[in-house]
Design a protein around this ligand. Structure first.
Ligand code: TMP
Length: 203
C-alpha cells in the first residue's frame, strides 16, 4: 500500500487557517483520499491537555513553552501522524514544527539550532510533504482574531511579537520553497481557495 501524504497549514493568527482546513480536506476527499484532520498543539488526549496549558493564562517560560510543544508533538507523531501515513491516509494538520520556529524561535528568541535538535529527536526523517503558509500583514490577522472573542496567551502579545513571527515564517518559506507555499491570505476567500487548489493539484 502506498504511504499517505502529510500537509500542514501555518501562519499568524486570524488568517483563515481553520476555515481552509475544511476546504483542504474536502478537496482531497473529492480526489478519493482518506483524510485525517488534526492540530497542534493537540491531536491526542495528552496534546490537548498541553494545549490547555499553553493557551491558558498561567506563567510559562520560553524554554518550558518549547519543550511543551515538542512533548505534545512527540505523542502526536507517534500515535496519530505516523500510523495514519503508514496506513495510506493523508494527514492535514493545523500547525506543526514550522510554528515552533516562528513562535518560539522568532517570537520568543530561542536559537533555531535548539529547535532543530528537538525536531530531529522527535520526528527523525518525518516532515510535511506540503506546507501552506497563510500570510498577510499582522494587523489584518489580529483584527480578525480580535473579532473572534477573548484573546489566548499568545494572542495577548504585542504587535512586535507577531511581526517577528511573520518574519520567521517568511524566512522559512525562503529556505525551503519547494515545501512551503505562500498563500496570500489578504485576498478574498475564493481567491485564497484558488491558490490552495493549485498547490494541492501540484502535489
Ligand atoms: P491556533 O492553532 O488556534 O492558532 O493556536 C495555537 C497557538 O499555539 C498559536 O498561537 C501558535 C502556538 N504554537 C506555538 O507557539 N508553537 C507551536 O509549535 C505550535 C504548534 C503552536
Amino acid at each position: 500500500m502506498s504511504k499517505g501524504k502529510f500537509i500542514t497549514l501555518e501562519g499568524g493568527e486570524g488568517l483563515g487557517k481553520s476555515t481552509n482546513l475544511a476546504f483542504v480536506k474536502e478537496c482531497l476527499e473529492r480526489r478519493g483520499r482518506r483524510v485525517i484532520v488534526t492540530r497542534e498543539p493537540g491531536g491526542t488526549p495528552l496534546g490537548e491537555q498541553v494545549r490547555a496549558i499553553l493557551l491558558g493564562d498561567g506563567q510559562v517560560s520560553p524554554p518550558t513553552e518549547l519543550l511543551l510543544v515538542f512533548a505534545a508533538r512527540a505523542q502526536h507523531v507517534q500515535d496519530v501522524i505516523r500510523p495514519a501515513l503508514e496506513n495510506g491516509d493523508w494527514v492535514v494538520s493545523d500547525r506543526f514544527t514550522d510554528a515552533s520556529y516562528a513562535y518560539q524561535g522568532g517570537g520568543r528568541g530561542i536559537d533555531a539550532a535548539v529547535i532543530a535538535s528537538l525536531e530531529r529527536y522527535v520526528q527523525q526523517e518525518l516532515e510535511p510533504d506540503l506546507t501552506l503558509l497563510f500570510d498577510a500583514p499582522v494587523e489584518v490577522g489580529l483584527a480578525r482574531a480580535k473579532r473572534r472573542g477573548a484573546a489566548d496567551r499568545f494572542e495577548s502579545e504585542d504587535l512586535d511579537f507577531f511581526r517577528r513571527i511573520r518574519e520567521a515564517y517568511l524566512a522559512r518559506a525562503r529556505s525551503v520553497p519547494q515545501r512551503i507555499r505562500l498563500i496570500d491570505a489578504s485576498q478574498a476567500l475564493p481567491a485564497v481557495q484558488d491558490q490552495i487548489l493549485r498547490c494541492i493539484e501540484a502535489l
